[in-house]
Design a protein around this ligand. Structure first.
Ligand SMILES: Cc1cc2nc3c(=O)[nH]c(=O)nc-3n(C[C@H](O)[C@H](O)[C@H](O)COP(=O)(O)O)c2cc1C
Length: 331
């Protein structure tokens, strides 16, 4: 088992975004310590649903990639973990970790008993963690959670302690309550309280966009590392920028905006099956267009485009109009 490196930097699990093409895009800039896959339904995976092998694909860094599973019952989630490990071992590959999704608040998941609804019952959640440890021996097991249904430091600490006692290797906390959307800022004091109260590493997640945010998570809130989601889609070089600036405040990099966008289109084309192309490319450019001075129009044009060829020609066309956006100096 690979312990987490100190001050770990991680890519968050994000549906339609945390796929192999995004990892392939981030890696050449220098990568990060752990990549999470988007959440995959454990039962769907056990039933061989058609696209799951793309969702659990851990290339190009299987040893650093954590597969996030969601489900409603303990048995299929543990069964999926055992099968994943078996498949990896048979292929001579690695499984960088298994994560239990205790945070998703999408109504369809939460109402069916998955995601954040696991936070209603600490004993049951702890039994799932213990079952995952048993199903995938030697594989790090984490859980990614929110603050739960109501603000209670005591209840949150009790929940996290139960997961620790069940064998969780570390926890990721996105400090928002079940119903809180991105507009509100996170309640980071809860990350500080849990980090202090339990013995395993706690990773903080939510709205981290730069070196100052990364540092605050550890230095102000006592976390062991930071997980970034949307900012890593906007700026796939963000991990390198944070690491570089941490080592040398004068560090800067020239971000190849056009080249990186075109590379993403090409990675989606070659690494994902056709039925997933348009949703993935739209979702990526929804965030990536923030790099462009006049990205607003392009963003909406891409949201209405029909296929990768059209997206590619819209994106290339943008730089004919705004050539100075091709490369951006990041510091
Ligand atoms: C499009 C999208 C999809 C997401 N999908 C998942 C998911 O599959 N599993 C999960 O635990 N969290 C998911 N999240 C939440 C993120 O992992 C993360 O907690 C959240 O975006 C806050 O981090 P950020 O501010 O760095 O983006 C998703 C978020 C977004 C924006």
């Amino acid at each position: 088992m690979q312990p987490l490196p100190p001050r770990a930097l991680m890519l968050a699990p994000m549906v339609e975004l945390s796929h192999r093409p995004l990892r392939e895009l981030i890696e050449p800039f220098g990568g990060c310590d752990r990549y999470y896959t988007e959440m995959t339904s454990a039962s769907g995976y056990l039933a061989n649903s058609p696209f799951d092998r793309y969702f659990v694909d851990s290339e190009p860094r299987p040893e650093r990639t954590v597969v996030q599973l969601y489900g409603v019952e303990i048995e299929p989630i543990a069964g999926a973990a055992a099968r994943l490990l078996g498949e990896r071992l048979a292929a001579g590959s690695r499984l960088g970790g298994i994560d239990a999704n205790f945070g998703c608040s999408a109504p369809v998941i939460e109402k069916s008993g998955g995601g954040v609804s696991w936070m209603k019952d600490a004993d049951r959640a702890a039994r799932l963690i213990a079952a995952l440890k048993e199903a995938a021996p030697g594989v790090p097991v984490s859980a990614k959670l929110r603050l739960g249904y109501e603000a209670s430091e005591q209840a949150l600490i009790a929940f996290c302690r139960a997961l620790e006692d069940a064998g969780a290797d570390y926890l990721v906390i996105h400090p928002r309550l079940k119903h809180e959307k991105f507009r509100r800022s996170g309640h980071w004091e809860y990350v500080a309280a849990v980090s202090k109260a339990i013995g395993i590493p706690v990773i903080g997640n939510g709205d981290i966009r730069d070196l100052a945010g990364y540092r605050a998570v550890m230095e102000r809130y006592g976390a062991a590392g930071a997980m970034l989601g949307r900012e890593a889609v906007r700026r796939p070089w963000i991990f390198s920028l944070i690491r570089g600036k941490e080592a040398d405040p004068a560090f800067s990099l020239s971000a190849p905006i056009e080249e990186t966008g075109l590379r993403m289109i090409s990675l989606i084309r070659t690494l994902l099956p056709e039925p997933l192309h348009i949703s993935r490319v739209r979702r990526f450019f929804f965030y990536y267009c923030d790099n462009l001075t006049f990205g607003h129009h392009l963003r909406w044009a891409i949201q209405n485009a029909d296929g990768l060829d059209e997206v590619e020609s819209l994106f290339k066309g943008y730089f004919d109009e705004a050539p100075s956006d091709r490369i951006k100096l990041e510091r």
